[in-house]
Design a protein around this ligand. Structure first.
Ligand SMILES: CC(C)(COP(=O)(O)OP(=O)(O)OC[C@H]1O[C@@H](n2cnc3c(N)ncnc32)[C@H](O)[C@@H]1O)[C@@H](O)C(=O)NCCC(=O)NCCS
Ligand SMILES: Nc1ncnc2c1ncn2[C@@H]1O[C@H](COP(=O)(O)OP(=O)(O)OP(=O)(O)O)[C@@H](O)[C@H]1O
Length: 228
């Protein structure tokens, strides 16, 4: 199965491209932001760790995490951000690998990992055949973030500064989708890029199939331990 990384800056258009892939091209997308929300639901191990680190003041009256308040804390403080990442990221990786395994077992030829911090974390890169970066220039990124989140310029800049710059991500990309123009222009690039990427898939040799069967069996054992 071809694993393709999808990343970009904050608000440069990953979700927009991801939706096109899923709705129009029927390509499965494993979404790290979505998983990062699921693993911090009340009662989950990462939730308990967050409460331990940041205290009950970080909870809303219904006991869910106050994301606005947590965002204000961590996007202005690199130490707190590291602590939050340490609580959340291992659970996100685990769930991503479980979903990759499910795609593989379903017989998918391609799956996309939508991961905002793909380059910053670095651990997933070795599993990816190609990395696609969704780009728009920093000024557009800032404007889109402020508009989407009804956010001040200072808050938007601190969120952008918590990540590698979009220019650096563009330099590290295998493929760039320029989302500075219209959605139609982006859609055309998405179709062309993924038509090309799908040609990288080849029929696996018997040796690869055997090795995959062992990997799937041991992965399945590992990831299903949570459910036991
Ligand atoms: C701080 C939190 C509560 C803010 O929640 P909020 O709903 O406002 O934002 P959301 O989760 O939709 O994230 C929006 C974007 O912020 C950026 N971002 C999120 N977390 C981080 C981080 N730790 N470091 C740098 N950028 C980040 C990403 O580009 C992401 O796409 C939340 O982002 C969080 O729990 N972050 C830690 C987990 C994480 O690293 N998620 C990113 C994918 S694994
Ligand atoms: N080509 C475009 N032209 C104008 N606005 C756009 C374009 N693409 C996306 N947007 C808008 O920019 C905002 C950010 O897009 P999107 O949510 O897809 O970014 P993202 O990279 O997934 O963000 P995040 O990093 O926060 O997850 C949204 O409000 C979206 O509607």
């Amino acid at each position: 199965m071809l694993l393709i990384g999808l990343t970009g800056g904050i608000a440069t258009g990953k979700s927009t491209v991801s939706k096109m892939l899923q709705d129009e091209l029927k390509i499965p997308v494993i979404d790290a932001d979505l998983i990062a929300r699921q693993v911090v639901e009340p009662g989950k191990p990462a939730y308990k760790q967050i409460v331990q680190i940041f205290g009950r003041e970080i909870l809303l009256p219904d006991q869910t995490i106050n994301r606005d308040a947590l965002g204000k804390l961590i996007f202005n403080d690199a130490d707190k951000r590291r602590q939050l990442n340490g609580a959340v990221h291992p659970a996100v990786f685990r769930e991503m690998f479980r979903q990759i395994l499910k795609c593989y077992i379903r017989g998918e030829r391609i799956a996309v990992l939508d991961v905002p911090l793909l380059f910053e974390g670095g651990q997933l890169l070795r599993y990816l055949r190609r990395v696609v970066v969704v780009y728009c220039d920093e000024q557009a990124e800032l404007q889109r973030l402020m508009a989407r989140n009804s956010m001040s310029e200072a808050d938007a800049r601190s969120r952008m500064n918590a990540q590698m710059s979009i220019e650096e991500k563009r330099r590290r990309a295998d493929i760039v989708i320029d989302n500075s123009g219209s959605l139609e222009a982006t859609r055309n690039q998405v179709r062309a890029v993924f038509a090309e990427l799908q040609t990288l898939w080849t029929i696996p040799s018997p040796a690869v199939l055997a090795a995959s069967a062992v990997a799937v069996a041991s992965g399945w054992y590992y990831f299903s331990r949570d459910a036991r």
